[in-house]
Design a protein around this ligand. Structure first.
Ligand code: MD3
Ligand code: FE
Length: 206
């Protein structure tokens, strides 16, 4: 079931379900090597969402700004490598959304507990906007806000559930988006939390 929710944006309900058995242990191993942490924004605010990364690059935020870095600042060592199951999930989903040959360099992993939210923003710290971003929702459902190219554009709401995948390419790649405060609940596999994976190609060229 592929639903178009914007120009270049495809919602693939349940696409990650067949990967679940392999995905969970792979995520546990990443988090063991690079535990979730609450980043501080350049404005000095502690994010309610906790984050970590896997891959050759990871997204980091600190008082000096936002950037991609190959080194986890908490450990001083490279981010955990991207496991083959994550790589394949991202590439298969991108292809299903119309983007063949997607090679993600960074997988940003967000953890939401009840009340955690992500304010409206654009993802523009990457250098390659021709590549899509692939997002995977796991655990508790969330209300995702999808706006336009201007912050003031109206937003539409989508309920993203465990296993849902969205491919954000084309003009949707630079759309404003966010996540409403997570409602409390209990998920069979993940408990009282939501995990979101976003796969990104950062650098230009191969
Ligand atoms: C639309 N994460 O990590 S995933 C983020 O659920 C982020 O954790 C949210 O926004 C989350 O930056 C939303 C969906 C998503 C991700 C990237 C996008 C939608 C996007 C980039 C462009 C347009
Ligand atoms: Fe984002």
């Amino acid at each position: 079931p592929r639903e178009t929710i914007g120009e270049g944006a495809a919602l693939l309900r349940g696409f990650a379900k067949p990967f679940e058995a392999e995905l969970m242990p792979a995520l546990r191993e990443i988090v063991r090597q690079a535990p979730f942490r609450h980043l501080i924004t350049p404005g000095g605010h502690r994010m309610s969402v906790a984050m970590t990364n896997s891959g050759s690059l990871g997204w980091v935020s600190d008082p000096s700004g936002y950037r991609y870095d190959g080194i986890d600042p908490n450990s001083g060592t490279p981010w955990p490598p991207m496991p083959p199951v994550l790589r394949k999930l991202a590439a298969d989903a991108a292809a299903a959304g119309g983007f063949n040959g997607f090679a993600s360099e960074a997988c940003l992993i967000n953890r939401y507990v009840p009340g955690a939210k992500l304010s409206l923003h654009q993802d523009k710290d990457e250098l390659d906007f021709a590549a899509p971003i692939v997002s995977v929702s796991l655990g508790l459902p969330a209300i995702f806000l999808f706006g336009g190219l201007k912050r003031s554009d109206p937003t539409r709401r989508y309920r993203l559930e465990h296993g849902d995948v969205v491919v954000w390419g084309g003009p949707s790649r630079l759309a404003f988006h966010g996540v409403a405060p997570l409602a409390d609940g209990e998920h069979g596999l993940l408990g009282r939390q939501r995990i979101n994976l976003t796969f990104r190609k950062v650098r230009l060229g191969a």
